[in-house]
Design a binder for this molecule. Structure first.
Ligand code: FE2
Ligand code: FE2
Length: 310
């Protein structure tokens, strides 16, 4: 096949992928409008017990969901000139859906007698500002975009797993109303987000040159954080969330299983060429670090030292 034929068929392939992705986003918007806030039945059988068992989960997830507002600021920094399909996804579909998830979870925890969550909606981390500035260098913005998709993949997968466990836990507690009208509708919307990041990540990865791939692997290995963990206190809280949901109770074997689920697509794309590496090791290590941070904490006492700094 002549060179011109190869590049023409590549261009066609790319256009096909683009329209598939755009179609997916349109469908998500049409089929999954933000959950109406008045559709929720907050009836609780034993709010005190619910708060005791799952308070850390509600608080953590409400914060993560509400912080998408800041994530959009970060995206504007990382991608000042984003592809239209990305902008359409995060501004018109993802942000309104996630914001409602956060509002609903936060209201539930307040009605259960807990304080409202305190999301950080405005302070963008220095490393993201740095990445945004580097984005002006040719080719680096694609690296930032790839890192954004990878973070989205791990985050959405973690959310799906957390809501599945939370749903089962609430049913087991006999809290049928909130399981059916809070968690079930939220968890129905998360797989569509995951599918979006998966399609976008596969497509972009296939277009990156070898130096860009090297940079993605290097930055990702050194910057991976579990969903919603930006400092020591949040690491402890994530460890408590994993414990409350039974993710870490089986020790390293369970955590490795969980890490494999969170990092599956990332592993396939970035690391599958390294035989024998079944899960990105940095994912497992960060999860174990959070589990240990929570285990080291004496009986629900929040450490003053953990409140500040990464
Ligand atoms: Fe969500
Ligand atoms: Fe989501």
């Amino acid at each position: 096949m002549a060179l011109t034929d190869v590049s023409t068929s590549r261009r066609r392939g790319r256009r096909r992928e683009d329209s598939k992705l755009a179609g997916h986003v349109d469908r998500l918007g049409e089929e999954h409008p933000p959950i109406p806030l008045d559709s929720v039945d907050y009836t609780m059988e034993r709010p005190g017990l619910l708060a005791e068992r799952f308070g850390t989960v509600l608080d953590f997830m409400a914060r993560v969901e509400l912080e998408v507002e800041r994530n959009v600021l970060e995206l504007n920094l990382l991608m000042p000139d984003p592809p239209e399909v990305d902008r359409h996804f995060y501004a018109d579909v993802w942000l309104p859906q996630e914001t409602h998830h956060g509002l609903i979870l936060d209201k539930l925890q307040v009605l259960a007698g807990l304080p409202p969550t305190e999301p950080n909606l405005t302070d963008v981390a220095f490393k993201l500002k740095l990445l945004g500035a580097l984005g002006k260098v040719y080719g680096v913005q694609d690296v930032s975009r790839m890192l954004y998709y990878l973070t989205g993949l791990a985050t959405e997968r973690s959310a799906v797993l957390a809501y599945n466990k939370l749903h089962a836990g609430l049913v087991e507690l006999g809290e049928k109303a909130v399981a059916a009208t809070v968690v079930a509708p939220i968890r129905r919307q998360e797989p569509g987000h995951f599918a979006y990041y998966q399609m976008a990540a596969r497509q972009l990865w296939s277009q990156l040159s070898s130096w860009q791939r090297w940079l993605v692997r290097t930055l990702r290995r050194h910057s991976f954080e579990p969903v919603g963990v930006y400092n020591k206190l949040q690491r402890v809280e994530f460890g408590q969330l994993m414990r409350a949901l039974g993710i870490s109770t089986g020790g390293d074997a369970d955590l490795r299983h969980y890490a494999r689920q969170v990092g599956r697509v990332e592993h396939e794309l970035l690391w599958a060429h390294r035989r024998g590496m079944r899960v990105p090791d940095y994912v497992f290590k960060e999860l174990r670090r959070a589990a240990q941070a929570a285990a080291n904490l004496k009986e629900d006492r929040r450490p003053e030292a953990a409140r500040s700094g990464p």
